[in-house]
Design a protein around this ligand. Structure first.
Ligand code: HEC
Ligand code: HEC
Length: 363
């Protein structure tokens, strides 16, 4: 009896160890397997986003940063880039759709400027080539800076004396450096410094401990469900155009009141109906509301809608929470040169006519 008992318990222990050991091995194996899979789909953020065509120089970045924060170049003197791309809101403005000059409403949501220069195109519909093109055209966009033409924007820039010297230094060799293109290049150089590395980058660099167990589980679910088909690369998005609503019409899930035809309105090709640029998911936890029209308020909702309309899958609450936990690990550190606003050249507009009238002269 005693003997049998001891044999039995020995068996239990042995079985227990037998079960435990492979399970433990599997867990460790899965860790490195997950890391290798992740390294296949995603890349760590670069140090900066300069290219041979759009290099970064300290003079350009410094000038571009000032221009980014200067409202005086807009039609009504109230609109700067930072109005809709605020550092306190991770490069967005928290609204479904922002208001620009003369309170004009934008047709789409403002995406973050953080890591934006990683992308193959700019804007939801990809109707801007790069951040330089985007910044240039913002000058004359009616719901943006609202200037009637580039000439009037440039005359505003010219009237703020401090800028002439800065443009000369940022674009040495240009006879007349104050141009819409150089405005775009300077702001673009500044934007190309705006990278926000997070723990996910440490993870991709080979440190599995950089993500919590919950975040790793979320990454596993994100991969298994199929999200990286579209959201991949260093930005976890930003590399392709895709139809929004592969499986069912997006507006049935988002409740969008207006149906935006996406890239179709840019190219007039049937294949581009409801096609949008796949957005970067870096810092996505910090940038609600979601989608091109800001129609969805929370991240769990947005994740559920993506699974449903892009992949035809309905996520359990647990799966949704896992993915959301992973997405939180993409929140990075804000660049110092974005958190702090620069001091702008104080020389304001000069009066064009006679000296300003005094109250006495008015009487
Ligand atoms: C009035 C609000 C507003 C102002 C001012 C504004 N933006 Fe934007 N920005 C937006 C909106 C809205 C979009 C999306 C437009 C679209 O896709 O149709 C956008 C898109 C962008 C994008 C593309 C991001 C991406 O992921 O595709 C960049 C970069 C950007 N803005 C930078 C700037 C810069 C630089 C300035 C100043 C020169 C500026 N913005 C001024 C609202 C604004
Ligand atoms: C077939 C391509 C595709 C797949 C697969 C896909 N997405 Fe998307 N995702 C997109 C596109 C396109 C958008 C932009 C939609 C729009 O116009 O607003 C987007 C938008 C998002 C947004 C909103 C981002 C923002 O800033 O507003 C989140 C969050 C998101 N996706 C997460 C996911 C998750 C999680 C999965 C997997 C469950 C997933 N996506 C699968 C293409 C895809």
């Amino acid at each position: 009896m005693t003997r049998w008992m001891s044999v039995a318990s020995a068996t239990v222990i042995a079985t227990g160890m037998c079960v435990q050991h492979p399970a433990w091995t599997r867990a460790a194996g899965a860790d490195s397997e997950l890391l290798a899979e992740a390294q296949n789909f995603f890349k760590p953020l670069p140090q900066d986003m300069a290219t041979p065509e759009f290099p970064i120089t300290p003079e350009r970045v410094d000038l571009g940063r000032k221009l980014f924060f200067d409202p005086r170049i807009s039609a009504d003197g109230t609109v700067n880039c930072a109005r809709c791309h605020q550092s306190a809101l991770y490069g967005t403005d928290g609204l479904a759709k922002p208001h620009g000059s003369h309170d004009r409403l934008n047709p789409r949501n403002a995406p973050t400027v953080l890591n934006a220069a990683l992308q193959f195109k700019a804007h939801w519909r990809g109707d801007r080539d790069d951040v330089e093109d985007q910044a240039k055209q913002a000058l004359v966009g009616p719901p943006s800076f609202g200037n009637p033409d580039y000439a009037s924007a440039m005359s505003k820039l010219n009237s703020i004396r401090g800028y002439a010297e800065m443009f000369r230094k940022a674009f040495p060799g240009d006879e007349n450096p104050i141009t819409p293109e150089n405005w775009g290049r300077a702001i673009g150089a500044y934007e190309r410094t705006m990278v926000t590395p997070s723990r996910f980058d440490l993870y991709l660099a080979g440190d599995p401990q950089a993500l919590t167990a919950a975040e790793q589980q979320g990454l596993r679910t994100f991969i298994n469900i199929g999200c990286p088909t579209c959201h991949n690369g260093p930005g976890v998005g930003g590399g392709t155009f895709q139809k929004f609503g592969v499986v069912e019409d997006y507006w049935t899930a988002t409740g969008s009141k207006q149906v935006d035809k996406g890239r179709f309105d840019v190219t007039h090709q049937q294949a581009d109906m409801y096609v949008f640029k796949v957005p970067v998911l870096r810092n996505v936890a910090m940038t609600p509301p979601y989608f091109h029209d800001g129609s969805v308020g929370t991240l769990p909702q947005a994740v559920g809608i993506m699974a449903r309309v892009q992949l035809g899958k309905s996520l359990t609450d647990e799966e949704t929470n896992q993915i959301v936990a992973f997405l939180h690990s993409l929140t990075g550190k804000l660049p110092d040169n974005f958190v702090n606003a620069p001091v702008l050249p104080a020389s304001g507009f000069e009066t064009t006519g006679s000296a300003p009238t005094t109250p006495q002269q008015n009487q």
